[in-house]
Design a protein around this ligand. Structure first.
Ligand code: ATP
Ligand code: MG
Length: 563
């Protein structure tokens, strides 16, 4: 089955494209991804990227990367570069087709002159407040601007002088002359150009003090690039008549079709760039690449793979229905990927010392263990075993609760890949905290369970003298409610104060020291982890990407049951 026939990928947009091709409306398909460089890309953008580049790939068409850079005061080159990096990282390539809306400023100006000459645009002197008054409301028609009937020659003169910098910000605008009584507010003589002095545009520098609006720029940019299907999110549905008006009233070379689909909303996070920028600027996260952020850079640092993000985007599908996607959907995509591909390792996150009294003091055994239990092609590694070990504090209970299957005083447990041990004593400090376990081992149990004995639990461990110290960062959701800021509430109030837990005294099996940032592992029983760029030689730092199971769902279940 070709990818195009994969039923999972069929959606209403692909159906429209199929029809357009079948009836010969188009012979080639051209899409574009048009980010505004005013922030980093997030998982919502990934949905749009996978759709636009995916359509282009499956139909042997093209997908342009076009920066929609008409708001220079909020945009900068850092964002341009970060966006390019993230699109590449996600696995897509625009080839030679990198564009900026600002590439078209001169042409856009020319089309505006056309509109003025045809009496379809005029220079208006209403300031922002008065323009709002004149605009009317959803229930009342607007009023016509007193400048609406200005003759074209005068408009042309004023428009040229606006460009030349003769008027200050907020004085004159160029407006389309459409219909002040339209039930669609976007058609009530929308602004096409506004004056902005003193901004240095990242592409055009100080060349312009006149900037076109998004609604005017976008259709023309699409047409100049020969885009066939201009895919955007639902909030632009009401703007489509204006999109079509601009295309119909200017001498652009083709007629792209705008099609809207629903935005991705994800539980327990925010997706608006304004809010994400706030989180960064207010220091509520460490940066755009904070592993708790829904940004592509954050997900990458968290340990997500491009494959998992693409799988997620394909699974959620493309529809016109707004919805809120569960975080579990995203997490199961990365779990499946890492379960297949992440080598296994042992790491003790909250170390408790354990001495195997029956094991010789001067002995070290090198155990041969598989790197991946389900994939023998990944080979084996050597794991040292010795008399002094560390296990995780949570794997021992002096007075076990019912159902506890791990180590207890007098009880037995298997050490993963090694022996069955029995706990014969505990050492406590003055406060009564257990600081060391004394155990014996059964030498006949290496890698096998004797038939006369039922050992329920298997726990992980590291050899004390061989282990490598590490820092491990555990993440919880950035927000504690599914829809932060819902109902107009300040979203700050919904931040989860416990979204980051840093464990500074973790111990890893040796051999994991020479690891590069970005390398991923499954730490047995603890989850999937990735090496963080904060790592230093001899001091690795790991981020937990995700737990092994959906523990949040489990926690919810326990809370529910215990109530
Ligand atoms: P914001 O409102 O957060 O600023 P935006 O839509 O203005 O986001 P752009 O950079 O203009 O951000 O978006 C580029 C493209 O990505 C647009 O086509 C937009 O529709 C799409 N996009 C943005 N957010 C989402 C989302 N959550 N789900 C799907 N597509 C999205
Ligand atoms: Mg936008």
């Amino acid at each position: 089955m070709s990818e195009k026939e994969d039923p999972r990928k069929t959606n209403f947009i692909r159906q429209i494209i199929d029809e357009d091709l079948a009836r010969g409306k188009h012979t080639r398909i051209a899409t574009r991804f048009p980010p505004e460089p005013n922030g980093y890309l997030h998982i919502g953008h990934a949905k749009s990227i996978v759709l636009n580049f995916g359509v282009a790939r499956d139909y042997q068409g093209t997908c342009n990367l076009r920066f929609d850079d008409t708001n220079p005061h909020k945009e900068n080159l850092e964002y341009v570069e970060a966006i390019k990096e993230d699109v590449h990282w996600l696995g897509y390539d625009w080839g030679e087709r990198l564009y900026f809306a600002s590439d078209y400023f001169e042409q856009l100006y020319g089309f505006a002159v056309e509109l003025i000459e045809q009496g379809r645009a005029y220079v208006c002197e209403l300031d922002a407040e008065r323009m709002r008054e004149y605009r009317g409301t959803l229930t009342e028609p607007g009023r016509e601007s007193p400048y609406r009937e200005r003759p074209p020659a005068e408009n042309l003169d004023l428009f040229a002088r606006m460009r030349a910098g003769e008027f200050p910000d907020g004085t004159l605008t160029l407006r389309a002359r459409i219909d002040m009584a339209s039930p669609n507010l976007n058609l009530r003589d929308p602004v096409l150009y506004r004056i902005r002095h003193g901004v240095i545009h990242h592409q055009t520098g100080g060349e312009w003090c006149l900037y076109p609006t998004y609604d005017y720029t976008h259709p023309i940019s699409d047409a100049l690039e020969g885009i066939t299907h201009s895919l955007c999110t639902l909030e632009f549905e009401d703007h489509r008549p204006l999109y079509d008006w601009v295309i119909a009233n200017t001498s652009v070379p083709c007629r792209p079709r705008q099609i809207e689909f629903s935005r991705l909303n994800l539980e327990y996070t925010v997706m608006s760039k304004r809010r994400l920028t706030q989180l960064v600027d207010e220091g509520l996260v460490t940066g755009w690449d904070d592993p708790r952020m829904p940004s592509i850079a954050g997900l990458r640092r968290r340990g997500y793979t491009p494959e998992a993000i693409r799988t997620f985007c394909e699974r959620i599908g493309v529809t016109k229905a707004d919805n809120l996607v569960e975080m579990a959907m995203l997490e199961s995509a990365i779990r499946e990927d890492l379960d297949r591909n992440a080598p296994r390792a042992m790491a003790v996150l909250r170390p408790l010392k354990l001495v195997v009294e029956s094991y010789p003091e001067d002995r070290t055994e090198m155990l041969t263990v598989p790197n991946h239990p389900k994939d023998v092609t990944t080979g084996t590694r050597a794991l040292p075993f010795s008399r002094e070990l560390y296990i995780d504090r949570s794997d021992f209970m002096e007075e076990p609760v019912k159902g506890f299957k791990r180590l207890t005083l007098g009880g037995e447990v298997r050490l993963r890949h090694a022996y069955v041990i029995r706990c014969v004593g505990v050492v406590k400090d003055r406060a009564g905290t257990v600081v060391e376990l004394r155990c014996t081992h059964d030498p006949d149990t290496l890698g096998k369970n004797p038939t006369d004995r039922k050992v329920k639990g298997v726990i992980h461990w590291v050899s004390a003298s061989h282990a490598v110290a590490a820092e491990v960062r555990l993440y919880d959701r950035l927000f504690s409610v599914p829809e932060p800021g819902e109902g107009g509430r300040d979203f700050h109030a919904d931040l989860n104060p416990d979204s980051l837990q840093v464990l500074t005294h973790c111990l890893l099996e040796p051999g994991l020291t020479k690891i590069a940032p970005g390398n991923r592992f499954q730490f047995e029983r603890e989850g999937y982890f990735v090496v963080d760029p904060d790592s230093r030689p001899g001091r690795p730092v790991f981020n937990r990407t995700v737990t092994l199971r959906d523990t949040w769902a489990q926690n919810l279940f326990t809370i529910f049951v215990s109530k």
